[in-house]
Design a protein around this ligand. Sequence first.
Ligand code: CP
Length: 312
Amino acid sequence: MPWNRRHLLTLEELSRAEIEQIHATARAFKRTLQPGGARVPALAGRTIVNLFLEPSTRTRLAFDMAAKRLGADVISFDAASSSTTKGETLRDTAENIQALQADMIVIRHAAAGSPLYLSRILDIPVINAGDGAHEHPTQGLLDTFTMIEHLGDLRGRKVVILGDILFSRVARSNIHALTKLGAAVTLVGPSTLVPDSFTALGVKVSHDLRGALADAEVVMLLRIQHERQAAGHFPSLGEYTSMFGLNKARASWLNPRAIIMHPGPINRGVEIDSELADGERSVILEQVTNGIAVRMAALFLCAGGRPEQLPA
Ligand code: CP
C-alpha cells in the first residue's frame, strides 16, 4: 500500500492499515539495528531539525539516532539558548527553521495541536514528538510494536493502562492504536485521573486494580504528570502509591505471562517498584530500543521513502 501522508500528527487519524504499515517498516529497520546490520542511507542529504520545547531523553535521542541511521543530518534545537527566550513565537521559529533549508521538523511542545498548526503553515513534513496532553504518536506506535513482538496479533488481547490517564498523551495515542488493532483496553486509576468519559474512545474504565490486573496480558504504567496538573487530583503521592502503585504483591495478581511496560521516565517507588521495573517481565528497555526502529519508519515514510529502499 502506498504511504500517502507527509506528516505524522496523531494516531487518531491513522487507519489500522497505516499503523500496520509503520510497524512493518519498523520491523525491516529493526533488523538493521543488529550488529553488522545493513545501513540504509535513504535520507542522505536531508536535514532534520528536532524542535523540542519540552524536556525529553528517550524521544529526542531516538529521533536523533533514527535520522542518523537513515543518513540524514540532524540538528537539535536548544530551546534554552534560542530566541524563544526573547519572545519569538512558535510560528516565527518554525518558519525560520524552514527558511534555513530544513527538510523536516520533529516537534515536541506543551501546547496540544502545535504540530497540526505547523503542518498547516509549513511546506515540509512535521512529526509530532508529543503535544501537551494530546498525543505522542511514535510512543503509541513503539508500544504496540513491542506488544506485538511479545503477543503476536493484538485482537482480543487484554491491555491495562494504569495511572494518570487524564493528562497522558501516551495513553491517548495507545488507546487509538490499540483499539484500531483490536485489543481490549482497560484504563485503571483514581476516578479523578481516569474519568468515565474515556469509555467514549471504546475502552473500559475501572477503579478496581485487582479485578483489572487479573486477566491482563499487558500492564502499562504511567507516571503522574505533575507538569500538566494545575491542582492536586489525589491527596498525596504516598496515597496514590498505596492505592495504585504496582508492587510485587499486586503483580502476583497478573497473568503469569503478562508483560510490564512503561514509556518512561519512571518514578521508581511511585507508580512501579524497582524490582518490577527491572524484573524479568519488564520490557521497558525493549520499548526504548524499538523507539529507534519505529522512528526510522516514521521519518522514512513521511520523507517519501519507497519500499524498494527498505532493507531486505
Ligand atoms: N517516553 C517519553 O516520551 O520519554 P521522554 O520524555 O524522555 O522523551
